[in-house]
Design a protein around this ligand. Structure first.
Ligand SMILES: NC(=O)c1ccc[n+]([C@@H]2O[C@H](COP(=O)([O-])OP(=O)(O)OC[C@H]3O[C@@H](n4cnc5c(N)ncnc54)[C@H](OP(=O)(O)O)[C@@H]3O)[C@@H](O)[C@H]2O)c1
Length: 256
């Protein structure tokens, strides 16, 4: 699965699944562009990749800002001339009952999880050659419900729907569009979610983790690398007939 000469842009590459994906692509010789708001974490990932002999740069951008996204794409195109693989991974979660959700909370989730995906695709597509791939990181919560996650679930459902529609729209340009729906993955986002759940339920974080593990057929939570490897497969020639599909990677969590 060599990605030599391929330019890969990963939003939310500063942490968790995005970070693991950036490292995995770099190990397969891709030119990796890491995007996020946290410069320090972004530079740490770039330095790690360079130490491993890989090629990476960091661009500070907020995916919910069209100004930032437009500037970010221009920077990539100026440096590399194209984008072969776009991984829309940046995402945020809020765990709150619907009656406590404010309008601001609603737009926080929608602006990053839906608008961010829309903006990155809109601005990247003109620079994506035939054979390019867009991979959107959705969630099993776009397929099944979860208490206190209604708007997050709605945003991930929207990403899956957008993926299907764009697969049709961009096929004539030779661009495949796919999504990945992870179950629970060991990242700072999951930790934040588990802490909140633990507080609300009055139990320990370890107890919440055990409950999540029990919900999967494999009896454990995924490592970010186990999502990254699926993203690489979908982006590779091995996935050449896959478009408009959503691949669930959840250790059997939704296989009920
Ligand atoms: N962990 C799970 O269990 C799980 C399960 C299903 C789906 N997912 C999805 O997987 C994706 C990655 O999540 P993760 O678990 O790896 O979370 P994470 O460790 O919290 O990472 C989230 C990433 O998104 C970036 N980000 C957030 N808002 C952004 C914005 N406005 N502009 C640019 N970047 C932004 C963050 O970068 P900065 O802080 O540098 O901006 C960070 O790199 C998300 O879409 C999430 O919904 C996660």
């Amino acid at each position: 699965m060599s990605f030599r000469e391929k330019v890969v842009l990963i939003t939310g590459g500063t942490s968790g699944i995005g970070r693991a994906t950036a490292i995995a692509f770099a190990k397969e010789d891709a030119r990796v562009v890491i995007v996020g708001r946290n410069e320090e974490r972004g530079k740490q990932v770039v330095n790690l990749i360079r130490e491993l002999g890989g090629d990476a740069i960091f661009i500070k951008a907020d995916v919910s800002s069209e100004k930032d996204v437009s500037k970010m794409i221009k920077t990539v195109v100026k440096k590399y001339g194209k984008i072969d693989i776009l991984v829309n991974n940046a995402g945020v979660i809020l765990v709150k009952p619907i009656i406590e959700m404010t309008e601001k909370d609603f737009y926080y989730l929608v602006d990053v999880n839906i608008k961010g995906v829309f903006l990155c695709i809109k601005h990247a597509v003109p620079y994506m050659p035939r054979g390019s791939v867009i991979i959107n990181v959705a969630s099993i919560l776009g397929h099944v419900g979860a208490k206190n996650c209604s708007i997050y679930c709605a945003t991930k459902g929207a990403v899956i729907a957008m993926t299907k529609a764009l697969a049709w729209e961009l096929a004539s340009k030779g661009i495949r569009v796919v999504s990945v729906s992870p179950g629970s993955v060991e990242t700072p986002m999951l930790l934040q979610e588990m802490k909140l759940e633990a507080m609300k339920e009055g139990v320990s974080v370890d107890e919440i983790k055990r409950r999540k593990e029990k919900l999967t057929a494999l009896g454990r939570i995924a490592k970010p690398e186990e999502i990254a490897s699926v993203i690489l497969f979908l982006a590779s020639k091995k996935g050449s007939f896959i478009t408009g599909a959503d691949l669930i990677v959840d250790g059997g969590r939704t296989a009920v």
